[in-house]
Design a protein around this ligand. Structure first.
Ligand SMILES: [Zn+2]
Length: 310
């Protein structure tokens, strides 16, 4: 049995899965470990996860590829900027280090949201939607997108394609950690909600509905920020689907309804009707391991075993 491993290395946990190498990529085993920081910690943590997944596999299993998704900028195969992993200095050739520690198994590293885009694409394919253009919008701690365009994952000239979280949403807004004021992710993300509101996003919507003016303002900025990000992706690259993922969206049906309502209001114009953006939106189900699955699929792309290219 040929197996691909996919590791989604987040700021707090590493989620690893083992799937069969060919479609339908059945899940064979999975595990979750706490993340270790720094270059040695990230490499060691990845190798521990590989060992844990391997120990759960049947005796005839052969691991043919390892894929790693990391929350940072990946350029030319090296991780150059991943603050949440304690990597913000020398570029780290994570793929080479993990491959060397895993007996030479071919290993690919990718930005986590770009990896999740492949996982989301695979989910759409399983739902009967077979497309070669997709934007995945991840509304997590921050907000960022991954782009699959004409069957090719878009990296960009500096590995930053889809990094839209630090576009300025309100120039008079609060100072962001990046040095600018009023960045989109200060409003339209999980951390943006936590910064301004003590409860969950669902509780925010309830409070807004019952007349709390602060809650209504935070709700409206959250909704319009995400709707704006969806419109930005749809208008700039005209993808047939914007797949939205991330805890704050999947856990809050009222937020999804509000986003769609806002996008439908845009359809009151002839350009808006032509664009039909609301109809392009899909929601990835809560708990879908798109990041780890997409990481596992990275190896298949390298081998030309998939319709898309890296
Ligand atoms: Zn910023």
């Amino acid at each position: 049995m040929k197996i691909r491993l996919g590791l989604d290395i987040g700021g707090t946990t590493v989620h690893g899965i083992a799937v069969t190498a060919s479609e339908p990529h059945d899940l064979v085993s999975q595990a979750t470990h706490p993340t270790r920081q720094g270059a040695d910690g990230v490499v060691g943590g990845a190798l521990d996860m590989v060992a844990a997944l391997r120990s759960d596999l049947p005796p005839d299993a052969e691991i043919i590829s390892i894929g790693l998704g990391v929350p940072g900028v990946v350029h030319g195969g090296a991780v150059t900027h991943a603050v949440n992993l304690g990597l913000d200095g020398e570029p780290l050739d994570l793929a080479a280090a993990v491959s060397a520690g895993a007996g030479g198994t071919p290993t690919t590293v990718e930005n986590d949201v770009k990896a999740a885009t492949l996982g989301g694409w695979q989910w759409l394919r399983e739902q009967g939607t077979d497309i070669d253009d997709l934007a995945l919008l991840n509304v997590g701690t921050g907000i960022a997108a991954g782009l699959l365009l004409d069957g090719r994952l878009r990296h960009g000239s500096r590995g930053m394609a889809g990094e839209i979280g630090h576009l300025v949403h309100d120039p008079t807004g609060p100072l962001c950690a990046c040095g600018r004021r009023g960045c989109l992710e200060l409003y339209a993300s999980g951390s943006g909600v936590r910064r301004q509101w003590a409860g969950t996003a669902a509780e925010l919507f309830e409070a807004a509905d019952s007349g709390d003016a602060d809650a209504a303002r935070i709700r409206d900025e959250l909704t319009s920020g995400i709707a704006q990000a969806i419109s930005l992706l749809a208008y700039s690259v005209d993808v047939s689907c914007v797949l939205v993922t991330g805890g704050v969206v999947t856990a809050t049906p009222a937020l999804r309804d509000a986003i769609l309502e806002q996008l439908r209001r845009d359809e009151n114009t002839s350009l808006g009707r032509l664009a039909g953006i609301a109809d392009r939106v899909r929601w990835l189900p809560a708990g879908h391991p798109a990041g780890a699955l997409g990481a596992a699929l990275l190896g298949a792309g390298d081998e030309g075993a998939r319709p898309w290219k890296l």
